[in-house]
Design a protein around this ligand. Structure first.
Ligand SMILES: CC(C)(COP(=O)(O)OP(=O)(O)OC[C@H]1O[C@@H](n2cnc3c(N)ncnc32)[C@H](O)[C@@H]1OP(=O)(O)O)[C@@H](O)C(=O)NCCC(=O)NCCS
Length: 230
């Protein structure tokens, strides 16, 4: 089974160097060599958010495998040597970069997509091979007109939360032909909502993992599967 995690950051609305609390934020979230890279490539203003999104994405995978996992950003370590060698002189919208991140001896593969006003990161584990991965980022509108299944609606808490489920349904329908699928977060033993899962015909679809994210103007979905894609 391939697990995916994803994270989108609205970089036009996100904090920037010089903002109040920025240095403390960077010090709290990034490891020493990540901070050094951010200093050396201060021309790439989205770089801190690429690192952040990578950590969030890998954490979402970890949480699926260990629901008691606690998030400590510096414990997730982006492979900075690899990233340094791949960073171009300028990053333009439409650009894509591969990468890797490690946590407690585990390695997660990464792909960053740079868009107009956003950074998106897709992480998957285990890495290697040629897994069937798909992701989509969309600008949010309001959630008017979106009809959700009651099980799906149970964990919705905002227009973006509804919109991202709608986008996820569309993706799994288009890619895997799952017409009646819905995106459900069941409550765990602690009463909290667990990770999102694709349900169809009353049960979770096996061998299909997905991840949701929303920030500012954007919603994003990623999935990985060994199902046959259309
Ligand atoms: C999971 C987490 C990283 C989500 O990040 P976020 O920046 O809030 O938001 P994003 O938009 O990127 O992602 C939100 C989506 O992640 C998904 N998600 C939530 N919990 C998840 C989990 N355990 N595993 C995978 N995906 C999860 C949900 O689908 C959610 O969307 P929804 O609320 O509409 O259902 C974050 O909520 C979290 O749990 N942080 C850890 C807190 C922690 O461990 N603190 C301890 C230190 S004090």
């Amino acid at each position: 089974m391939i697990y995916v995690g994803n994270d989108v950051v609205d970089t036009d609305q996100a904090a920037q160097p010089g903002d109040r609390g920025w240095d403390r934020f960077i010090g709290r979230v990034l490891a020493a060599d990540e901070r050094r890279l951010v200093r050396e490539r201060s021309d790439i203003t989205v770089l801190p958010w690429m690192l952040w999104a990578a950590k969030e994405s890998a954490f979402k995978i970890m949480r699926k495998r260990d629901p008691s996992a606690i998030f400590a950003h510096p414990g997730f370590h982006v492979d900075c040597d690899d990233l340094t060698s791949r960073l171009p002189d300028r990053l333009f919208p439409g650009g894509t970069l591969p990468g890797a991140i490690r946590h407690a001896g585990q390695r997660f593969s990464l792909r960053w997509d740079i868009g107009m006003g956003y950074v998106h990161c897709l992480a998957w584990h285990p890495g290697g091979g040629h897994p069937d991965l798909a992701s989509v980022v969309e600008e949010t509108d309001d959630a008017v007109g979106i009809v959700l299944d009651p099980r799906e609606a149970a964990s919705v808490h905002s227009p973006a939360s509804a919109r991202v489920r709608h986008l996820a349904r569309r993706l799994v329908h288009q890619r895997y032909g799952l017409e009646d699928a819905c995106i459900v977060r069941e409550r765990g033993n602690d009463g909290r909502f667990g990770p999102p899962r694709v349900m169809a015909q009353g049960g979770a679809v096996p061998d299909l993992d997905l991840s949701l994210s929303h920030d500012g103007r954007f919603v994003a979905v990623a999935c990985a599967s060994s199902l046959e894609s259309h």
